[in-house]
Ligand binder design. Structure first.
Ligand code: SF4
Ligand code: SF4
Length: 537
């Protein structure tokens, strides 16, 4: 309820009409707001619909499992901002704005309905606490904005220097307008209470804004929200919409677990003998799953992935943030073709660039750093899978990377190790150790290629066996029956070779009755422990 000021004791009371119900010439306020929200809300809705449709062009994938884990990750990762807060300063500022927005959001409906929400929908007892929550939201969002602006303008982080700050700064100024005007609008309400809206009450009693100032503040507030609605889908702020589904539907498997070529009805990988796949990896936008594609719209452009990427740091073509931006830009550039169910002439590999695709070490530092649970690596490894298993043609610019890789692949095919050393020499590192070789034991030590063949690394394998024996464990090795886990082939895109090596090792495990495996090589540890499960391991 709005009104003219009347001094009543310490607090002024208004009885002015709500700006929404005032007449502005021949036009009522509600009609103006209807047009403003109709245009901006319509644009926002259309853009969200378009993005959703572009996401759904992706391949199907079941991400509706494990609701308990998903809800818990949303509570800690999205609502609790646990990954955002890993950067104490930028994360802390973001948390102020994010939580502030959550707390103030219902006030938008209240203001847009001329206080009908708070006066008619909310029970009387809830009005005070609700007002306090909303005002606290405006306050912490404002504090967050001011700090963010200071960080950008005064203490500009290295990664932002030389880049346009216009978009980010305009958004911050809009939020500051929304938050500051809210206090003036509150001050215009006759119900403003120093208990539940202390800032609004202070503005009312100390600054005593005139009716025209309150009305101007109201329209500045609503107009800023409308402009914000326009800018969200056109900017990185689309993450306000897409971060939630991105976190909810993220990959719950252990990090860096790769997807087999095909899964059978049991959910396990289809074995090579039964495999019937027409095309390999990703060359088209629609070869990615819908969850892969949400990433493009969820990215906040915080550049944390860029900061930690060793390929980027060493000056290679790859920037993981750019890969994610490419997904969204590619989709928008080719939206008409994609909606028609066709493949654009430019494929997604061309958009990423082979230099980027082959520069990735698959270390997953980017995935670990990303606050929005974006999965950069499958986009690159799926593209590699296509290049390696189907196209078999490589850009001249990547020959220096790909040719040695092809030699490694040949070595893996012929000798089951990347060095091309004779497979029968594989167990020689254990000579004189008095350890069981290729016979049942409680623990099998899987040495891996490096510890089997590299002179310096052999010491690791020998010492591991000595320690295990010293501990009184029943330990054995596979000797020349051990083969490469296939990790390198898989990450290089040769999934077929990986699966061949995995199936060979698994049949050896079965033959010997292997139950528990110890690995000192991190690659073997990950592949045996996390990825062989899909193949029955
Ligand atoms: S996984 Fe690839 S893109 Fe990600 S940080 Fe490592 S090298 Fe960079
Ligand atoms: S992908 Fe993640 S870490 Fe990288 S810029 Fe986007 S939100 Fe930040």
């Amino acid at each position: 309820m709005f009104g003219e000021f009347e001094r009543q004791g310490a607090e002024p009371v208004r009885t002015m009409e709500h700006p929404l119900f005032m007449q502005y010439g021949p036009v009522p306020g509600w009609a103006i707001l209807l047009v403003l929200f109709g245009v901006s809300g319509g644009f926002f809705g259309y853009q969200v619909w378009k993005a959703t449709k572009l996401v759904l062009v992706g391949k199907p994938e079941n991400r509706f499992d494990n609701w308990g884990n998903r809800v818990s990750e949303v509570l800690t990762g999205w609502l609790g901002q646990k990954k955002v807060l890993k950067d104490r300063i930028a994360g802390g500022i973001h948390v102020l704005m994010f939580w502030g927005f959550l707390m103030l959001s219902s006030d938008m409906f209240d203001l847009a309905s001329g206080n009908q929400f708070s006066q008619k929908v909310l029970p009387e007892l809830a009005r005070g606490p609700w007002n306090l929550m909303v005002e606290t939201g405006y306050t912490i969002a404002l504090v967050g904005c001011v700090l963010a602006l200071i960080r950008r303008v005064v203490f500009t982080p290295e990664k932002l220097k030389g880049k346009s700050q216009l978009e980010g700064n305009v958004i911050l100024l809009l939020i500051m307008t929304i938050t500051t005007t809210s206090f003036v609008v509150e001050a215009g309400e006759s119900t403003v209470s120093s208990t539940w809206e202390p800032i609004g009450a202070w503005v009312a009693s100390s600054l005593v804004p005139s009716t025209s100032v309150v009305v101007a503040a109201y329209w500045a507030h609503m107009l800023s929200i409308c402009v914000f609605l326009f800018l969200i889908p056109l900017s990185k702020h689309m993450h306000l919409v897409m971060a939630f589904p991105n976190v909810f539907f993220h990959d719950l498997r252990p990090m860096a677990t790769m997807e087999p070529l095909a899964r059978g009805e049991s959910g396990k990988a289809v074995l090579l003998d039964d495999l019937d796949v027409e095309s390999f990896g990703a060359v088209n936008y629609s070869d990615f799953t819908w969850r892969d594609l949400i990433d493009g719209w969820a990215c906040t452009s915080c550049a944390r992935c860029q900061d930690v990427c060793p390929a980027y740091a060493s000056g290679k073509d790859l920037n993981p943030m750019q890969i994610i931006h490419d997904v969204r830009h590619y989709a928008n550039d080719h939206a008409t073709t994609l909606f028609a169910g066709e493949s654009p002439e430019e494929d997604i590999i061309a958009r990423f660039g082979e230099g980027s695709i082959w520069a990735c070490t698959t270390c997953h530092a980017c995935v670990e750093a990303c606050p929005i649970y974006i999965d950069h690596v499958p986009k690159l490894t799926d593209a590699r899978r296509h290049l390696m298993m189907e196209r078999m043609e490589f850009d001249e610019s990547v020959e220096a990377t790909v040719l040695p890789l092809m030699a490694t692949i040949e070595n893996l095919e012929s000798d089951s190790n990347p060095y091309g050393l004779p497979a029968h020499e594989r167990g020689e590192w254990a000579e004189g150790l008095d350890v069981k070789v290729a016979e049942p034991a409680e623990y099998i030590y899987f040495a891996g290629c490096a510890a089997s063949f590299d002179e310096r690394n052999k010491k690791v394998a020998r010492d591991t066996i000595s320690i295990m024996k010293e501990a009184g464990l029943d330990v054995g090795i596979l000797g020349m029956q051990e083969g490469c886990t296939g990790d390198a082939a898989r990450r290089a895109g040769n999934e077929y070779l990986f699966q061949m090596l995995a199936e060979t090792n698994l049949s050896t495990f079965e033959e010997i009755g292997v139950k528990k495996i110890v690995a000192s090589c991190p690659h073997c540890f990950h592949t045996l422990g996390k990825e062989y499960k899909d193949y029955g391991g």
